[in-house]
Design a protein around this ligand. Sequence first.
Ligand code: PLP
Length: 398
Amino acid sequence: MTRTHGREYLAIPGPSVMPEAVLRAMHRAAPNIYAGELVEMTHSLIPDLKKVARTKHHATFYIGNGHAAWEAALSNVAAAGERVLVPATGRFGHGWADQARGLGIETEVIDFGKSSPVDMNRVADALKADKEKKLKAVLFTHVDTSSSVKNDVKAMRLVLDDLGHPALLMADCIASLGCDRFEMDEWGADVMVAASQKGLMTPPGLGFVFFNDRAAEVRSKMACVSRYWDWVPRSNPTQYFMYSGGTAPTHHLYGLRVALDMMMEEGMENVWARHDRLSRAIWAAVEQWGQGGSLRFNITDPALRSRAVTALRMDAPDATRLREWTESEAGVTLGIGLGMAEPGTPESHGFFRLGHMGHLNPQMVMGMLGSIEAAFNALDIPHGSGALSAATRVIAAG
Ligand SMILES: *Cc1c(COP(=O)(O)O)cnc(C)c1O
C-alpha cells in the first residue's frame, strides 16, 4: 500500500514524535548568542524544567544525549577508584554502570534479570554489607526502556534512610520524565538525569542533570571535576555561555521552549493522566490479543509497568514480521526488542516494544493498535479478538 499520503508514525521508545509547533520553532535563522531574545528565553527554561522534574533545586542542560547526561552526573559526584551500586532491571542499568567503569569508578551490579523490578531486600543487603559506607551512589533506573519495568524510587530512598546510608540516590528518568509520574524532591532523589528526545518531545541532542543540595555538597568535596561536565558553572552561570559550556544549542533550546510551554499548559498531572489512560488502552488491546495467541507482556503486573513504553514478546519470528508489516504497509514503526536476545539470533525476532511517550493522543494510539490488528490478520498470526474495542472502552471511560 502506498505510504506517500498520510503521516508516518514513529512509535518507538525514543526519539518520540515531535510536535509541529516544536519543529516550527526550530525553523529560524541563527540567533545572536550574546544578548537578546535567546538569552532571555534560555533563562526561562530553567524554572519550567524544574517543574517537570518536580524539584526546587538545580537544573542543568548539556549538548549531548542520555549517555552524556549519565556521564555528566557521574563526573560530578564520583571519582576514579570510588564505588557505586547499580541495581539493573534490563539493559540501561548495565549501560550506566559501564559508563561509570569508563571513568574508573568501581561498580557493584545487582542483576534482577529482564522481566523483574528491583528487589529492595537485595539492595538493602548490599548496602548493609558496605560497613564502612564507602558506596558513593546508587545508580537507579526509574523506567528501564528495554524491559519496560518501572522501579520504585521512593522505596529506594526509604531503604537508604532506614540504613542511614549516605550514598546519593541517582535516578535515570531518561525514558520516564514527562510520561510516568516522577517527584524528585518528594521521593528523595538526589540526582536525576533526562534527555530531550523522549517525554520532552524535542530532537535528540540535549541531556539534563538535576541535583539537590546534598549532591552539591558531594560535588564540592571532589578533588577535581571535568571542566565540561562540571555542573557548578552551568547551574549558576555568570555569563550566558556557561549554561552550555560553550556555544548554546540554539535551535534545540527554541524547540524545548515550545515543548515545555505545551507541558505547562497541560499541567504535569494531566500529562501523566494522559499517558496513563493511553497506556491502559494499549494494555487492554494486548490482553485481548494474548487470549488467542502467543503475545505476552514482558512485565506481567500492570503496577510495575511504565507508561512510556511497553515491552512485548511472542513466538519468533512473528514479532519481527509484525513490525515489518506495520512499517511497510501501515506507516507505523514499532520498537525492536532491546537487550532481550542477541541481535540477529532467531530468538531476537520474538520481542518488540511499543513506544507511547510524549506527543500522543487517542487517535494515534488507535491507529497504531488498528495497524497491529491488521498485521495479525495479514500475516495469519494467531491472536485473540476484541482488542480494538477493549482499547476504545478505556479511552471512552476517560
Ligand atoms: C534512551 C535511554 C537512555 C540512553 O539515552 P541516549 O539518548 O540514547 O543516550 C538511557 N537510559 C534510559 C532509561 C533510556 O530510556
